[in-house]
Design a protein around this ligand. Structure first.
Ligand SMILES: [Ca+2]
Ligand SMILES: [Ca+2]
Length: 245
C-alpha cells in the first residue's frame, strides 16, 4: 500500500476540490475513481460540498453536459430512512423527477436505497442520464457540487473549470476517523472495477429478462381470460341475451 501512494496525487486534487466546492462560483466535480454511496457522500462533505442534488430540469441538463453516457454516477438521493420516500442530501423534497422506466424498483435482494444517474442501455438502447436506484455498496463515480450550483445558473462556470480539471485524479480513501493512508484507485482498482462492470451488465441483463418474462406472462394471462370468455359466450351475446338462451 505504501508503494501505491508514491504516484498518488490525491492531496493536490483534494485541495483543488476543496477550493472549488467552498468557492462562490458554481462548481460541479466529477470523480475519476469509484466509491460506495456513503464514501462518496463523505468525500463531497469533507471537501465543503455535497453529493449533487437535482431540483430542476435545468440542473439536470447542466450536469449532463459534464458526463459520459457509458457509466453510472452517484447523486445525493436516497430512500435509506424510509423505503420509497426519496430525499435529497440537502433535505429538499423531490420536486423534479427523472427516473428511468420501471425505476426505482428496489430490485436487489438487500434493497436499493441510493440514487444514481444511469448510463445508456446496452447496445445503444434506452435513454441516457436517467435515474436508477441501486445498492449503496456498489462502487460508482460520483458528482459533488457546491452551494452556488443551482438552477439559476444556465451556463455553469464549472463546465469551464472542469475542462481544465478533468480527468480529476481521485483516489479511494479508506474512510476511518483519521484517514491514514490513501489507496490509489488507478493502481489498485482496475480488476475489481472490471468485475463490477461485468456484474452490473449481468444485473441489467437479468433485469431486462425479468421484465420481458413478466410482460409475456401478462400477455398469456390476458389471452387465457379472453379464451375462457369466448368458451363461455361463443357468440358474444349480452348478459340478458345469454339468460334468455
Ligand atoms: Ca429503496
Ligand atoms: Ca433499480
Amino acid at each position: 500500500m505504501a508503494a501505491q501512494t508514491e504516484s498518488c496525487s490525491f492531496e493536490d486534487e483534494a485541495t483543488r476540490a476543496k477550493t472549488l466546492l467552498t468557492g462562490k462560483e458554481p462548481a460541479y466535480i466529477i470523480s475519476d475513481g469509484d466509491a460506495t454511496w456513503p464514501q462518496a457522500k463523505t468525500f463531497c462533505e469533507n471537501w465543503g460540498g455535497r453529493l449533487a442534488t437535482i431540483h430542476s430540469e435545468i440542473e439536470q441538463k447542466n450536469i449532463e453536459k459534464l458526463l459520459k453516457n457509458d457509466r453510472n454516477y452517484w447523486i445525493g438521493l436516497t430512500d435509506a430512512e424510509e423505503e420509497d420516500t426519496w430525499v435529497w442530501v440537502d433535505d429538499r423534497p423531490e420536486s423534479f423527477s427523472n427516473w428511468a422506466g420501471f425505476e426505482p424498483n428496489n430490485w436487489a435482494d438487500d434493497g436499493e436505497n441510493c440514487g444514481e444517474i444511469r448510463k445508456k442501455g446496452r447496445r445503444g438502447r434506452g435513454e441516457s442520464f436517467k435515474w436508477n436506484d441501486n445498492e449503496c455498496s456498489a462502487k460508482r463515480q460520483f458528482i459533488c457540487q457546491n452551494a452556488a450550483a443551482t438552477d439559476s445558473v444556465t451556463t455553469p462556470l464549472s463546465t469551464i473549470l472542469l475542462s481544465f480539471l478533468l480527468p480529476l485524479f481521485l483516489c479511494v480513501v479508506p474512510v476511518t476517523l483519521l484517514s491514514i493512508y490513501f489507496a490509489c484507485f488507478r493502481k489498485g482498482g482496475t480488476a475489481e472495477t472490471d468485475a463490477l462492470k461485468e456484474a452490473e451488465l449481468r444485473r441489467i441483463e437479468a433485469e431486462e429478462a425479468a421484465r420481458i418474462k413478466s410482460e409475456k406472462m401478462l400477455a398469456i394471462k390476458v389471452k387465457a381470460e379472453e379464451t375462457a370468455r369466448r368458451l363461455q359466450n361463443p357468440h358474444g351475446l349480452s348478459e340478458e341475451k345469454q339468460k334468455e338462451v
